[in-house]
Every structure is written in C-alpha cells, then in structure tokens.
Design a protein around this ligand. Structure first.
Ligand SMILES: [Zn+2]
Ligand SMILES: [Zn+2]
Length: 365
C-alpha cells in the first residue's frame, strides 16, 4: 500500500511553453497507472539532445505538444506504486531509461525496444520519457517499471543520473564488439566518449586514442586515453595511421556526430575493423564515403540507438569502480537555476563535461 500523505499535490517542473521558451512552474503531480510507479527525481543530467528539444528544433516530434517537460537521464526513489507492480517497493532507489517499448512488436520481442515499431504511439504502450512522454526535469514523474533499474547502494543518485549515458555507450560497443588487446579510436571527448574510452579498456582494448580538441581533449587523459590527437593541429586519419604503424585501429567509436567524422572513421579503421556510430548528427549531415574502400576492406559500420538492456551492467560497473562517471559530473544545480545550468552546458563554460540538476535539493555526500 502507499503512503500518499507525504506526496504533495503539486510540484516544481521545467515546462517548455513554446519552441525556445521555458519556465519553472507549479504542475499537478500525476499518479501511477498499471505497471507504473511515481518517482521522486533526485538527479537528472543534461543530455546533448536536451538543448535541441528546448530550442524547439524538433517541435512536433520532440516534444509532440506544448507545454512539455523534457529530461531523461535521471535517478530517484519510488514514492508510490501503481496496480500490478511486482518487484519494486516504495523507497527503492532507481535509475531510469528513456525508452519503454510497446512490448509486442517484433523488435520489442527481440529485446530491441529502442527500435520499437510503435514508436511515439502512447496508446500502444510506447513511451519515450522526456521526448514524447513527460520527463524528469521535475520533482516527480511517473515511469513504467520496464524503464527503471534498482541502484546499488554504492552508486549515488548523481552517478545514477549517468546510467543512461553509460548505457548508450555500452550498447554500441556490445553491437560491434571490442577486440581484446586491440587499439580503439574514440572521436569526441564528451561524456559518451569519455565513458566509451573506459569501457573499451574494461572490455580488453590495450590502447585508446582520443580525438578532439581543447580542454575536453586534455581531460581525456585523466580518464585513461593513451594518445591524444588534436584535430585542429593535425589530420586525425594520418595521425591514427602513424600511431598504429599504418595498420589502423580495430574499432572507431564515433561520439561527436560532427560532419566529416564518419568519412574519417572508415579511413582510420583497420582492414576488417568496425566503426560504431554513437554521436547523433543533425539531419543536415550527409557524408561522402569511400565506397570501394569500405567494400574491399570489409569495414563494418554500426548505428547504435540509446541503451537497451544494459542499465544493470552500467550500475554494476559504477558500483565496482570499473567505470568512473563521478568525475564527469563537473556541475550540479537546483532546478530553479536551470537556465544557468543550460548556459554552462551549452556554451561549454568552466570546463564543463556533465551537468546534473537536483530537483529535490542537493544529495548529501
Ligand atoms: Zn541522453
Ligand atoms: Zn515495440
């Protein structure tokens, strides 16, 4: 049974009112339906996709309607249980996933629920929290139990907010595989790239080359990069080939989504190697590719979407210190200071890597 007495009727939430405009408003708290729980949001990380949604670049799709509350990289605790929920209790600490598939299309049945064929169809049971369904920049939000995983006691709420980012990374690497003893190139020293590098090592890569620029490239050293390549100073393909005695790298993990990097990736990967695409480019990025080179060298190119079936692995890796996400969190802000937080994140101020919002006050360390 639920102790509803401690749950207020309204909460503070970030509301996108029209494309490009937002306010922190008082909003009515929803209650869980069948198979759902109400969570008190403790930490929610700003994702690279959030500024796009906030600007309204994708209005009509993300979000489908206004007003809307975005936010999808979150952790918190369960405060109310809906009917038909088993295995979760009030007080459980959990981390969220953005995607909840319909559960019955052929992709969902194969566990590929981020490719649900009923994407965006709420009536079919699909949810994409923070994109097509209400998200986590709020004090409370309702989630399906399919989209939450219990947090290990050793994982803080702040770290829990990075389970999503970590999962995006691991999913792509699981699709393609990492060669034990091999060399991996990571393009883009943002949060995903920094975690990708650590995972590549955890999965057996002997060396990791990070390609980027500025303070973030320098920060990659702290997270285990063996070789840094600044693309402003040298051609990354030439530099990678030199660093690998013209062999190329076993895997390239593209985390930037920047124009030109897919072309670079297929030219710096070894014969028979794999290119894993995790960075999300804009629709305008159309890459010219060396078609014959790809065919004759059997280069595999993998797209990778979000983080299906990997959250528990990320939680275990954070708990056992295989992956350091804590030091990626450079800034924390209360929800009321969202505008400032967004400015720091978008404009890459103060050496920012990951910004975490705490809608219910700061976590005690
Ligand atoms: Zn995200
Ligand atoms: Zn489905």
């Amino acid at each position: 049974m639920n102790d509803n007495t401690t749950i207020p009727t309204t909460m503070r939430a970030l509301r996108l009112t029209t494309p490009g405009k937002f306010e922190i408003q008082d909003v009515k708290i929803s209650h869980p339906g069948e198979g759902e729980v109400l969570c008190k949001i403790r930490a929610v990380a700003i994702c690279g996709s959030d500024p796009e949604i906030i600007r309204g670049d994708l209005a009509g799709t993300w979000p489908p309607v206004y007003p809307f509350t975005p936010g999808h990289e979150w952790s918190g605790e369960i405060v109310e249980i809906g009917p038909g929920v088993h295995g979760f209790e009030v007080g459980d600490r959990v981390a969220g996933e953005a995607h909840k598939g319909c559960g019955y299309c052929i992709n969902c049945l194969q566990g590929r629920y981020t490719l649900c064929l009923n994407y965006g169809n709420n009536e079919a049971g699909h949810r994409h929290y923070g994109f097509t369904s209400p998200g986590a920049y709020a004090q409370y939000n309702v989630y399906s139990i399919k989209s939450i995983k219990k947090l290990d006691d050793k994982v803080s709420f702040r770290e829990g907010a990075l389970v999503d980012t970590g999962g995006v990374t691991l999913h792509g690497m699981e699709i393609a595989g990492i060669t034990p003893g091999g060399t991996v190139a990571v393009i883009g020293p943002g949060p995903i790239g920094m975690i990708a590098m650590q995972y590549a090592k955890a999965l057996g890569a002997a060396r990791v080359i990070m390609i980027g620029r500025g303070a973030r490239l320098q920060a990659a050293k702290k997270f285990g990069a063996d070789i840094l390549i600044n693309f402003e100073n040298e051609d990354p393909v030439t530099a990678v080939m030199e660093a690998t005695e013209q062999f190329g790298v076993n895997e390239v993990i593209e985390c930037s989504g920047a124009a030109g990097t897919l072309n670079q990736s297929v030219r710096m990967v070894a014969k028979g190697g794999s290119v894993i695409l995790m960075g999300v480019p804009s629709d305008k990025v159309i890459e010219p590719l060396p078609f014959k080179h790809i065919v004759h060298n059997e280069i595999a190119i993998f797209g990778s979407r979000a983080n299906p079936n990997v959250s528990w692995k990320i939680i275990e890796c954070i708990a056992s210190k295989k992956v350091n996400v804590k030091d990626l969190i450079t800034h924390t802000f209360p929800l009321e200071e969202f505008e400032k937080a967004l400015d720091v994140f978008v404009n890459r101020k103060e050496g920012v890597i990951k910004v975490v919002i705490e809608p219910n006050g700061p976590e005690k360390e």
